[in-house]
Design a protein around this ligand. Structure first.
Ligand code: AMP
Length: 174
């Protein structure tokens, strides 16, 4: 499937969840069997030779493609979650949002120094969430960290905050 065709399976929902946001609804991509496969295949092609041992998915939309990609890459899957959801020992990081702060957590025994980690979320907007996730994973000192997204909103310049090699399947500039 060509990228333009894949992009056409995404539904734009204006003014969700608040006025002024053009929400990219990827559920319409995920429910289309060919598009779902094309999205996973594209990320797989980008990372198949990088020696990825762990895919880290960001709650909650990173939990959709993250595990499918992990299976293709023959890697493990690790969730990064909002506070209080993970049952075992965790390390946390607090980060600034537009209004107030947020915290994310990961299990202390999830990543080893020999790991090559691919962090995944559905969409890169301002980059605040991904930047915090990278800082959290860095604390566990893996060999290398990559970040990938299905959609990147180029105009929000999130990529400038991401201090690791980054790839996105589709780009918007609006
Ligand atoms: P950010 O931290 O600003 O990069 O926001 C990234 C997170 O917010 C991702 O997990 C996205 O699922 C969600 N998000 C932000 N903006 C949008 C948007 N316009 N459409 C869909 N999801 C969005």
């Amino acid at each position: 499937m060509k990228k333009e065709e894949l992009k056409s399976t995404i539904r734009n929902v204006p003014d969700f969840p608040i006025k002024g946001i053009q929400f990219k609804d990827l559920t319409t991509m995920f429910m289309n069997a060919s598009a779902l496969k094309a999205a996973v295949d594209d990320l797989y092609e980008e990372y198949k030779d990088k020696g990825i041992t762990k895919v880290v998915g960001l709650e909650s939309r990173g939990f959709i493609i993250g595990p499918a990609l992990a299976i293709r890459l023959n890697a493990g899957f690790i969730p990064i979650r909002k506070p209080g959801k993970l049952p075992y020992d965790t390390i946390k990081i607090e980060y600034k949002k537009e209004y107030g702060t947020d915290t994310i957590e990961i299990h202390t025994d999830s990543i080893e120094e020999k790991d090559v980690v691919l962090i995944h979320d559905d969409l890169l907007a301002t980059g605040g969430t991904a930047e915090a996730a990278i800082k959290l994973v860095e604390k566990m000192k893996p060999q290398k960290i990559y970040a990938c997204f299905i959609v990147e909103l180029d105009n929000l310049k999130g990529r400038e905050r991401i201090k690791c090699p980054t790839y996105s399947t589709l780009h918007y500039n609006e």
